[in-house]
Design a protein around this ligand. Structure first.
Ligand SMILES: Cc1cc2nc3c(=O)[nH]c(=O)nc-3n(C[C@H](O)[C@H](O)[C@H](O)COP(=O)(O)OP(=O)(O)OC[C@H]3O[C@@H](n4cnc5c(N)ncnc54)[C@H](O)[C@@H]3O)c2cc1C
Length: 507
């Protein structure tokens, strides 16, 4: 009998793991059980759906090739029997496993606010807690014709959602308990400039105010004022989905506790993505979920390597604002040297932290030309140039830009959608010859957009290489007009199932 792996959760983490197992362990019986009724999709793209820039279908992740993975959508797992090694679904179906993987993600946090939830703990009338495509449809159904919208939570997601709705013509007020917008990532100076920029885009941030009650048509605040709203969208953080693990007696902290091989306290059960707590941290970001899927695929196919963390770069997906938070962002690092550059009249702020010549963190607001170079230094760990100011001004490049032809095929170009150079080459060979077509085929550039310059360079390289097969596969000389992200070979990953097209696909 073949080995049975059951994955609970069909989000990005569960889907990617299944894809890798399907490709690398063909004899294994892989089943994914997902509570949502949709095919797997990329949650990161939901603000673009709300803005009306992407359809729901455009967020779907690639289907597994026929016969490799069994996916059951609309199926919720209700319990785990660790002795018998099986799971029971909500409908009472029992599925045995040899290895079980929890990829149950996270749920929206509903703050304990009078009137916000109904008796069953679900969002009350006029309230949507945004996490899923179904939630986006709810927002769509409830959008007032000419009414007022409030967002609770001025972190990354709350701001992205608010801006998505102002793109549709609404004015949105964001109520945020922290001292300023994105206070978890930004200090007061950058926060104030960000709020100013958002104000110009019809996103008004009311920071430092605690919401006390939702009355159905207004959000009451602790200073006695209130925000009238026909629709309230809650983006106040997430809670890792740990109930299955807890009920099964697994070790649970903030998330399901796993070691560096993503093993829970039961060696037959693993966890990854938003539900997992690794080294005391729960991530809540997509890049660690993609990377953990790679690590776990290795562990389950006899090629174990430990998960050692993910270098994260967060780009705010807000049209009209260019903000990147790299590594530790503004957090103080003992012994680090910091350079701060600010021009309030132009809404620009940059802060760079360098420790032992390496970039450990940066916040770049209104510095699109330096994001690529600073991000590349952070990714590669290469020594930062001594002229830090030039680096921040986008004048000092971090060495020559990598030649697209020389990049390994598995280099991840788009972090939001986990698209490699080879994925782009494959799409190009299947007929996607323009950047827009590559974007449509692979979803690259449709998240934060930070990879747009890289995709353009690769598209140019593919065209040159295809038209003149003997030509030097290097850069074509035409620089992207705004190099938002230079090619960075920092995240190699192995492809799951692509047809080999040898001339353009790099090893
Ligand atoms: C609107 C939005 C925008 C975002 N933007 C960004 C961004 O720009 N950058 C970034 O890094 N991150 C972003 N994130 C976070 C990112 O989407 C998550 O980190 C990522 O989705 C985690 O993937 P996951 O598979 O671990 O969990 P999830 O995506 O939460 O998927 C878990 C799945 O498991 C299912 N499930 C749970 N319990 C069960 C059960 N008992 N039985 C069966 N199925 C179950 C759930 O229904 C869900 O479908 C965003 C999130 C949202 C909501």
């Amino acid at each position: 009998m073949s080995r049975r792996i059951v994955i609970v959760g069909n989000g990005p983490a569960g889907h990617r793991l299944a894809e890798l197992l399907g490709a690398r362990a063909p004899g294994t019986d892989v089943t994914v059980l997902g509570a949502e009724c949709e095919p797997a999709y990329n949650r990161v793209l939901l603000p673009s759906v709300l803005a009306g820039r992407l359809t729901a279908e455009a967020t779907y992740l690639a289907q597994h090739p026929e016969g490799r993975v069994r996916v059951r959508t609309g199926v919720s797992v209700a319990s785990i029997d660790r002795q018998q090694r099986n799971v029971r679904t909500g409908e009472g179906v029992v599925l045995p496993y040899d290895h079980l993987v929890l990829a149950t993600g996270a749920a929206c946090f509903l703050p304990p606010l009078r009137g916000l939830a109904d008796e069953e703990g679900q969002p009350a009338k006029g309230v949507v807690a945004l996490r899923t495509l179904a939630d986006c449809r709810l927002v769509e159904d409830r959008l007032p014709v000419r009414g007022r919208i409030a967002v609770l939570g001025g972190g990354v997601l709350g701001l992205e959602v608010a801006r998505a709705l102002t793109e549709r013509g609404y004015g949105v007020e964001v109520v945020h308990g922290g001292a300023h917008a994105m206070d978890r990532q930004l200090g007061p100076a950058a926060g104030a400039l960000l709020e100013g920029a958002l104000d110009g885009l019809r996103v008004r941030v009311l920071a430092g105010r605690t919401a006390t009650a939702w009355t159905g048509d207004r959000l009451a605040l602790d200073d006695g004022s209130s925000v009238p709203a026909d629709l309230l969208i809650v983006c106040a953080g997430v809670v890792p989905e740990t109930s299955l693990a807890r009920d099964a007696g697994l070790r649970v902290g903030r998330g399901v506790v796993v070691d560096e091989y993503l093993r829970t306290s039961d060696p037959r059960i693993h966890a990854l993505g938003d539900c997992a707590e690794v080294g005391g941290e729960v991530s809540g970001l997509i890049a660690p979920a993609w990377e953990q899927a790679e690590v776990l695929a290795g562990v389950l196919t006899g090629e174990p390597r430990p998960y050692t963390g993910t270098r994260t770069i967060t780009r705010l997906k807000v049209r009209g604002v260019d903000l990147a938070v790299i590594g530790v962002g503004e957090r103080e690092v003992a012994g680090a040297e910091t350079v701060v550059l600010t021009d309030p009249s132009r809404g620009q702020y940059a802060r760079l932290s360098v420790l032992d010549s390496q970039v450990v963190g940066a916040v770049l607001l209104g510095f699109p030309d330096s994001v690529a170079a600073v991000g590349q230094l952070f990714d590669s760990g290469a020594a930062a140039p001594n002229d830090r100011l030039s680096l921040l001004m986008g004048r000092a490049v971090a060495g020559p830009a990598p030649d697209p032809g020389a990049l390994p095929g598995q280099t991840v170009i788009c972090r939001c959608s986990n698209v490699t150079k080879n994925d782009l080459a494959t799409a190009w060979l299947r007929g996607a010859r323009e950047e827009a077509e590559l974007a449509q085929a692979t979803r690259a550039t449709t998240g934060c957009g930070g990879c747009r310059g890289s995709v353009r360079e690769i598209c140019q390289w593919l065209r040159t290489k295809h038209d003149q097969p003997d030509a030097d596969a290097g850069r074509t000389g035409e620089e992207p007009d705004r190099p938002v992200d230079r090619l960075s070979p920092s995240h190699p990953r192995r492809d799951a199932h692509h047809d080999p097209v040898p001339e353009l696909l790099a090893p």
